[in-house]
Ligand binder design. Structure first.
Ligand code: 3EB
Length: 344
């Protein structure tokens, strides 16, 4: 019999408290001082700089509200949070949840693919030693995502490195986490990833309208992407929605037609919610991040969202590149079970 028991040094699991995610129009330093703050993700020209491991600055520019220079995504729990660093990992943990982040210099690791191997090895090793060993949801951000042609495209190299790095540990043995992979503006330098983990496993959700990403045919690269379409968070605490774009089956839809891509993307999101057993569609409990390749289309997308979504749905519109060059827009987000306060 194979012994799959985990190290006895693993701390006992804590009970899961509700997790809340909201968007803030600025990044007040008081956010980090609040006892239940698990993470503050700052987008754009954020004034705050902090050595606090719960603070992560991301180079995606906010496009909406159209005059916002900086916005933040804030993760909060009603429990005490401890935080620290372990090698390249910075983390915060409390109430059964863990926020982790790794930022690696591509050049120092011999390129993006090797940086992805190193990052995922570090994530897996760190997670295996924590009570919060169930990695539920990961975001991956790096520059020039569509640079290079064919199998040399940077996104495809990233996918190869991610799969290799994941493959070394037990953390991903049961399946892939929900994920987003988006290109950030500027010359490529860093791979940034951050994640949500918990003391209990989630339930993976696939989208009946889409082929599972790990089954994409060879045409999309030598190593298919390693992610689940969504993750039901443990204990009925919510749904994490992976980056969702205008892909039906494995094929990109409506190249060059932004409205048609948005329509297909929302059709995918609706089907994903149904597959996850979520009723009621999007509302104040479902903060969404919209990544848009061409910032000049922000006003148009904002209008589309206003027509397609109830006004209570919190939304961030960010400049970011989808991993397929023909796709203009991608949406990720959350769906929580109770009403949320705080929206832009
Ligand atoms: C797609 O459906 C669009 O590589 O982690 C969405 C979510 C996408 C996650 C990833 C990629 C990733 O294939 C792209």
């Amino acid at each position: 019999m194979i012994d799959v028991s985990l190290p006895s040094s693993r701390p006992a699991a804590a009970a899961l408290v509700p997790l809340r995610v909201r968007y803030a129009a600025a990044v007040p330093p008081a956010l980090l001082a609040a006892p239940g703050t698990l993470a503050v993700l700052g987008f754009g020209a954020v004034a705050a700089e902090s050595e606090d491991p719960r603070w992560l600055r991301l180079p995606l520019m906010p496009l909406m509200p159209l005059d916002a220079a900086a916005v933040a995504e804030v993760w909060q729990i009603d429990a005490a949070v401890e935080h620290g660093r372990a090698g390249t990992v910075r983390y915060a943990a409390g109430g059964g949840w863990l926020f982790g982040a790794i930022e690696l210099d591509e050049a120092a690791h011999g390129g993006l693919e090797r940086a992805a191997v190193a990052a995922y090895r570090a994530l897996a090793a760190f997670s295996a030693a924590r009570a919060e060993c169930h990695v539920l949801r990961i975001w991956n951000y790096f520059g020039a995502i569509n640079r290079g042609s064919g199998d040399a495209e940077r996104y495809k190299r990233f996918c190869a490195g991610r799969a290799l790095g994941m493959g070394t540990g037990q953390v991903f043995a049961d399946g892939y986490p929900a994920a987003t992979a988006i290109g950030v503006p500027g010359a490529p330098d860093r791979l940034q990833l951050y994640w949500l983990a918990a003391t209990a496993a989630g339930t993976r959700v696939e989208n009946p309208r889409q082929l599972s990403a790990w089954r994409y045919p060879r045409a999309y690269g030598p190593t298919p992407p390693s992610f689940a379409r969504g993750m039901r968070l443990p204990g009925g605490t919510g749904l994490a929605i992976s980056g969702t774009a205008a892909i039906v089956g494995h094929a990109s839809q409506a190249a060059g037609d932004l409205d048609a891509q948005l329509t297909e993307t929302f059709a995918n999101l609706d089907v994903l919610l149904t597959a996850a057993g979520v009723d009621g569609g999007f509302d104040a409990r479902s903060p969404l991040k919209v990544y848009l390749r061409d910032p000049a289309q922000a006003g148009h997308v904002a209008d589309f969202l206003a027509a397609r979504l109830p006004p209570a749905v919190p939304r961030l519109l960010l400049a970011g590149d989808v991993c397929r060059a023909e796709l203009a827009v991608e949406i990720d987000g959350w769906r929580f079970p109770q009403a949320m306060d705080g929206a832009l």
